[in-house]
Ligand binder design. Structure first.
Ligand code: 4AD
Ligand code: MG
Length: 477
C-alpha cells in the first residue's frame, strides 16, 4: 500500500480506497475525531476513530502534537467543512506528545510566543502557510532565471572584501579574540589567522557575480548574506537571503525592466499555485484589519495587493524628482509623515519612502539616479558628476525591497572613487582586473528575499518569514 500525503488524497477524486497517512494530531474531539495534519496542505484530514473497538490506553495517547500513523478507508465525509475523511481501521502512535507541556495548543498563540518556539511554530496554520509560500517563491525565482537564460552561481560565504563598503561585517577569525597575536605596532596580526588575512561573512555576492557576468553574461545568486548592523526593526535581520542577478551589456533602464518583470513573474506564480495558503493568510489579515480603527484599515486585501503589483506598472522617479515631491507636500498631520525632507543630497528616511509609495504614488516605486555620496563605491557615475545610476525599489508596507545599479565600468573613474573612499586597491585587485580586461556596461540588483516573503504573505515582522531568525541578541536555535 502506497503512503500518501493529505494534499495528494484531497486532489484525487473518486479513488476511495484504503490508505495510510502519517502526520501530527492537531486535535482529538469526543474520543472520535482526529484532525490530522502532515504539512502537505493547510487542510487537516479528519480521521474517524471507532472508540468502542479501540484500546483505551491507545486512545489516551492520541493527544495534540503526537505523531501517528493512521490506516483506514477513505470515504466521502458526512460532516461539514471537509470532503473526505478516513474511517480508521488501525492507528499507531509513532511519537507521544505530553499534553501538559506541548507548547502548541489548538488555541491562538501570539507571534511573540511562537517565535520563542520557532522549532514548533510550523505546526500552526499561519506559519506552515508562510513557509510553504516561502518555498514556492524560491522555486519561482529559480524558474524565472532558468527560463530567461541566467546561470545560477554560488558566491563565497567567507570573503575578504566588503562589497557594500558599509563596514557592517561579521568577522570570521580563528584567532583568540581575548589574546590575538599583535604586530610590532600593536595591531591584530591577521597574517597568523586561518586565511592569513582579515575575512568576514559576505554582505553581498555582487562583486563575485560581476566577475561571472563578465564571462557568462547573465548570472544570479540566491544565498544567505550577513549584516552586523545593530538595527532592531521589523525589516532587518543579521542573516537574510538575497537574490542578485548581474547582467553584462545591460544598463540601468534594462535593470529596472528586469527587476519589475522578475517580481511580477514570481508573484503571479504564487497567485496561480498557492491559492489555498494565500486565501488563508488573506482571511487572517481581513480579521486582523477588523480590530483596527476604520481610518487605519487597508483598502485592499492581501490578494488584491499582490494582484495590483502584478497588473500595474511600477512608477519610475528620479531621486531629484522625489525630493521635489517631498518638499512640495504639505506636512501630514499624522506624525508618521511629519518630517519632510528639504535638502537635496540627504538620504531618504523610511518615512519619506513610505510617504512616496503609500500616500503619493500608491504603488511600487523605482527611485533612481541618487546622489553619489550616499551610495556605494561601485555605482556608475552619471555625466552630471554628482549622481550615480542607482535604483531602489520601494514597496507599499515594506519600504526598500530592492537595491541595485549600473556598475562603474571605467577603470580610472572607479579607481578615483575608491581612493576618495579609502578603499584599498590591492584588496580589490581582481575587481579592477574586470575593468582592465574587456570591461563593458553591466548592471544588477539585490532583492531581500524575506522582504518579498513579507509582502507575499502579509506578515508584519521579518522574524516571522524566515525559519530561525538571527537578530541582535538572538540566535537561540
Ligand atoms: O541595498 P543593499 O544593501 O544592496 C546590495 O547589497 C547590493 N550589493 C545588491 C546588488 O546590487 N547586487 O541590499 C539589497 C536588499 C535591500 O534592498 C533589502 O531588500 C535587503 O537586501 N536587505 C535586508 N533584508 C533584511 N535584513 C537586512 N539587514 C537587510 N539589508 C538589506
Ligand atoms: Mg540599499
Amino acid at each position: 500500500m502506497k503512503m500518501h500525503t493529505v494534499a495528494e488524497l484531497l486532489k484525487k477524486e473518486n479513488t476511495l480506497h484504503e490508505v495510510t497517512i502519517k502526520g501530527w494530531v492537531r486535535s482529538f474531539r469526543s474520543n472520535r475525531f482526529i484532525a490530522l495534519n502532515d504539512g502537505s496542505t493547510l487542510n487537516n484530514i479528519q480521521c474517524v476513530v471507532n472508540f468502542e473497538q479501540t484500546d483505551e490506553a491507545l486512545l489516551k495517547r492520541i493527544t495534540t502534537g503526537a505523531a501517528v500513523s493512521v490506516t483506514g478507508e477513505l470515504t466521502e465525509s458526512q460532516g461539514q467543512g471537509q470532503s473526505l475523511e478516513i474511517q480508521v481501521k488501525s492507528i499507531e502512535i509513532l511519537g507521544d506528545s505530553d499534553p501538559e507541556t506541548y507548547p502548541i495548543q489548538p488555541k491562538k498563540h501570539s507571534f511573540e510566543f511562537l517565535r520563542e518556539n520557532a522549532h514548533l511554530r510550523t505546526r500552526t496554520n499561519t506559519f506552515s502557510a508562510v513557509m510553504r509560500l516561502r518555498s514556492s517563491l524560491s522555486f519561482a525565482i529559480h524558474k524565472y532565471f532558468n527560463e530567461n537564460g541566467f546561470y545560477y552561481m554560488h558566491t563565497p560565504i567567507i570573503t575578504g572584501s566588503d562589497a557594500e563598503g558599509a563596514g557592517e561585517m561579521f568577522r570570521v577569525t580563528g584567532l583568540d579574540p581575548k589574546n590575538p597575536p599583535l604586530t610590532e605596532d600593536g595591531k591584530v596580526d591577521y597574517s597568523e589567522d586561518f586565511f592569513g588575512k582579515e575575512t568576514n561573512l559576505t554582505v553581498s555576492g555582487q562583486l563575485e557575480a560581476e566577475a561571472y557576468a563578465m564571462s557568462l553574461g547573465k548570472v544570479y545568486t540566491f544565498g544567505p548574506t550577513f549584516r552586523a548592523e545593530n538595527s532592531n526593526t521589523s525589516r532587518h535581520l543579521a542573516e537574510f537571503w538575497m537574490i542578485e542577478p548581474e547582467v553584462a551589456f545591460m544598463d540601468l533602464a534594462g535593470n529596472m525592466d528586469l527587476a519589475e518583470d522578475f517580481m511580477k513573474s514570481v508573484l503571479s506564480y504564487i497567485l496561480k499555485h498557492n491559492q489555498e495558503d494565500l486565501q488563508f493568510l488573506n482571511q487572517r489579515l481581513l480579521d486582523e484589519e477588523k480590530t483596527k480603527p476604520q481610518a487605519d484599515r487597508s483598502d485592499m486585501s492581501l490578494i488584491e495587493k499582490i494582484s495590483f503589483v502584478v497588473e500595474n506598472n511600477f512608477k519610475r522617479v528620479s531621486y531629484t524628482e522625489a525630493i521635489d515631491i517631498l518638499r512640495d507636500s504639505k506636512p501630514n498631520k499624522k506624525k508618521k509623515f511629519n518630517y519632510i525632507i528639504e535638502e537635496w543630497g540627504a538620504d531618504l528616511q523610511s518615512e519619506h519612502e513610505r510617504f512616496l509609495v503609500e500616500k503619493h504614488f500608491k504603488c511600487p516605486v523605482i527611485l533612481f539616479d541618487y546622489p553619489a555620496n550616499i551610495k556605494a563605491f561601485y555605482m556608475r557615475l552619471n555625466e552630471d558628476g554628482k549622481t550615480v545610476r542607482a535604483m531602489d525599489i520601494l514597496f507599499p508596507g515594506i519600504g526598500e525591497m530592492v537595491g541595485g545599479s549600473q556598475r562603474e565600468e571605467r577603470l580610472e573613474v572607479l579607481k578615483e572613487k575608491m581612493k576618495a573612499l579609502n578603499i584599498d586597491e590591492e584588496e580589490l585587485w581582481w575587481y579592477l582586473d574586470l575593468r582592465k580586461y574587456g570591461t563593458a556596461v553591466h548592471s544588477g540588483f539585490g532583492l531581500g528575499f524575506e522582504r518579498l516573503v513579507m509582502f507575499a504573505t502579509g506578515m508584519g515582522n521579518i522574524r516571522d518569514v524566515i525559519p530561525f531568525p538571527r537578530t541582535p541578541q538572538n540566535a537561540e536555535f
